[in-house]
Structures are given as C-alpha cells and as structure tokens.
Design a protein around this ligand. Structure first.
Ligand code: GLY
Length: 388
C-alpha cells in the first residue's frame, strides 16, 4: 500500500509552475474554443471542436471561469459568458437534456457565472436545469433516474456519478429559498449511499430498482470492469460527491461514506499513484490509467478539508497536496505544442468482457480530467468558493 508520507508535497513553486503551464494551454487555444465547445475527449491528445451537446461541455466553460479567477484576464471571462448564453439556449430549447447530468453541465458554467458575476441569465438557466433534474425523481425507489426517457421502466436505475449533480439542487434551494430541490437531493443521496456502497467500501456504478414496487434489485456496472469491481472513476465520484453532500448537509452519514470510499481509493493506488481505470488491476498492469479519477479525488479531499475543522482537515489537505505532485509530474501537459488539453492519461471508457461500454478516449485527455485538475490547482492556491 502506498506510503503517503513518503510522497513530497506540491509546494508553492511547483504549484505556480503548474498553474502557469495550464493557463498557457488554455490561453493559446481559447480562440478555437470560444464559440465552439470541446468534444468530450481528445484524439492523440488534441480535442476537436464540438456543439454544446453531451454531458461534458460545462467542464470547458468551468475551466474558463477557473482561468479567469487564476489570472483576472477578461478574455477568459468574456469567452465563458458567451458559452453561458449557449447553456441558456440549450436548456430553454431542450437540446440533449433528457438525462440527469444537469449538475455537470450547469454548475461549472452557469452557477459559476452567477457566483462570479451575478448574471441573472446564468442563474435562471441553472434553475431551469435544476427543475429538469428534479423532474427525473422517481417515487418508486426514491432516486433520480440517470439515463433514458424519464420514467422508462427499463432504465429504472441510479448511477453513482449523480452525486455530482446534487450540488445544483442544494444551490437552487439556497438561491430561491424553495426547499423542494434540497428535499429531492437528500432523498436521492440517502438512496444512493444505501445501495451503491459495498461492505468493503468499494462502490457499484449503477443500481436498478423495481419500477412497480421500488424494491432495490441489483448493482450493475456500465463502465467498470465487471459488476462487482470498483471502477476507479465511479469510486472517485463517490468520494467527491459525499464530500459535497457533507458540505451542504453536515450529515454524519455523508462524512462516514466519504472517509470509507476515500480509504478504499487510496489503498488501491499503485506505487506510482496514478490509478488504473478499474481497481481490478493491480500494479503493475498493462491496462490504461484514469488520471481523471485521481484529479476528482484530490478535489474531494480539498473540499472535505475546508469543511472539517482541526487536524483531520489539515491531514486531508496535506495528503491531497502529496497526491498532486505525482499527478502533475506524470500527467500534466507542460507544452501547448504537445496537447490542447491539461491532463494526459485519462480513460473515458474501456471495453471489457462484462461491461456495456465501447472503447472511448482510452489514454487520452478528457474534459472532466482537465477541469478537476485545474480546480485542484485553484483549491491548492487558497480559499475558493466552489462552483458546486
Ligand atoms: N459521468 C460519466 C463518466 O464519468 O464517464
């Protein structure tokens, strides 16, 4: 098992260098990706342009807000605001919003815009996205349906990733005073942690319920190696999702699941720290890594460090900083000639004998890996008001 104390901390100089390098990439490629978005993952470490579709475009807008915060450069802010207008149109015209990923799309784009600029169009768009998200709540089973047509009995399941969509609902209650959003977020959260967390503190990716009775049926993977394995990114969504739920609810249960899922994740990291895409794979393995899972977990640790007082919080911050240096060294793009992304060696989806996905973005940059890497740098730099 990895000895965390043997890893050096990131340190101020490395942090500054990492931030400067990330900003240089985003500044260089900004003109190509202002009116166009980025595709979910790179090919040969370069992203292509994309329409504002899929669950991933908000991460690029979020990177622009982070870049603005890190530099004060209005060019990033102006580009981000143009994209916020696209998100407003997207929810009003219901373009590719028949799914639960409203938080992934609208927290780092429109909630961020509202928090940083007070823009009312951004706030209203994010509230429409929150309304769309709560419309997917299923009474039979008490959860938000992840995928497919709302109410489709064949898609009566939740997925662990949805924990990152819940902050949009907590924020919606804060900004409107309407409790309906928070109530649904809490119901979904309680159902999710009851069923996805396994006794050894690993997690299921998805969990099915009976559409007639709401009875919990079975855990199944879509992107992990097999139903009973721990998909690295799913585990990471569990870590960061429970840290964020703790921030909003101060529930001891959320904190307990945060610690347990984090402990499983850390104890399954290989000696060089960068996780394989599924924890079925031990060190060494020829299987690809998923750097994005580590970036997500570091953000979760830094979020919890802000919410937990005293030594426990300090320890989380210290450990996050020790994980950040190998992530930077092994995966960060140092030269914009080599990639237009920020974090190499991610895996969007890896086909296995047992899962239901196809190979996609294997050993490539992906938008959430880039975003959470930059968020982690911003968090390490000092106090930050989360977009989540
Ligand atoms: N939320 C989808 C994924 O993590 O791939």
């Amino acid at each position: 098992m990895l000895d965390m104390q043997s890893l050096p901390v990131m340190g101020k100089e490395n942090l500054k260098k990492a931030i400067d390098e990330a900003i240089a990439v985003n500044r260089r490629y900004l003109p190509e990706f202002t009116d166009d978005f980025r595709y979910s993952h790179s090919e040969g470490n370069f992203y292509a342009q994309s329409e504002n579709v899929e669950w991933t475009t908000g991460f690029w807008t979020g990177e622009l807000w982070l870049s603005y915060e890190l530099t004060g450069d209005e060019a990033f802010k102006d580009a981000a605001m143009r994209q916020v207008m696209s998100f407003d149109r997207r929810i009003r015209e219901r373009i590719d919003v028949e799914h639960h990923d409203m938080g992934f799309l609208y927290s780092p784009s429109c909630v961020a815009a509202y928090k940083l600029t007070g823009d009312e169009t951004a706030r209203n768009a994010a509230l429409l996205a929150a309304d769309n998200l709560i419309s997917r709540f299923q009474e039979k089973g008490q959860f938000i349906q992840a995928w497919g047509k709302n109410g489709d009995p064949a898609e009566h399941r939740l997925i662990i990733d949805c924990l990152l969509n819940l902050p949009l609902l907590f924020w919606a209650t804060e900004t409107t005073g309407d409790e309906k959003y928070r109530k649904i977020a809490e119901k979904h959260f309680n159902t999710a942690i009851k069923y996805v967390l396994r006794p050894d503190s690993s997690t299921y990716h998805t969990y099915y319920f009976d559409p007639e009775t709401g009875e919990a049926l079975r855990g199944v993977t879509a992107q992990g190696n097999r139903n009973g394995s721990a998909w690295a990114r799913g585990q990471a969504w569990g870590v960061y999702g429970t840290a964020l739920a703790y921030r909003y609810t101060k529930s001891e249960k959320a904190l307990d699941v945060f610690h347990r899922s984090l402990s499983f994740f850390l104890s399954h990291l290989p000696a060089d720290v960068i996780p394989y895409w599924d924890f079925d794979f031990d060190n060494p393995s020829d299987e690809p890594r998923d750097s994005s899972a580590l970036a997500i977990v570091i953000c979760g640790m830094l979020e919890a460090a802000d919410d937990i007082a005293g030594e426990e919080g300090e320890k989380l911050r210290d450990q996050a900083s020790r994980l950040m240096l190998p992530l930077y060294a092994a995966c960060a793009v140092k030269d914009p000639d080599t990639s237009n992304g920020l974090l190499l060696h991610g895996t969007y989806a890896r086909k296995s004998e047992w899962n239901t996905c196809r190979n996609r973005g294997v050993d490539e940059c992906n938008l959430w890996g880039d975003y959470y890497y930059l968020e982690a740098l911003r968090r390490l730099q000092g106090k930050w008001e989360p977009y989540w």
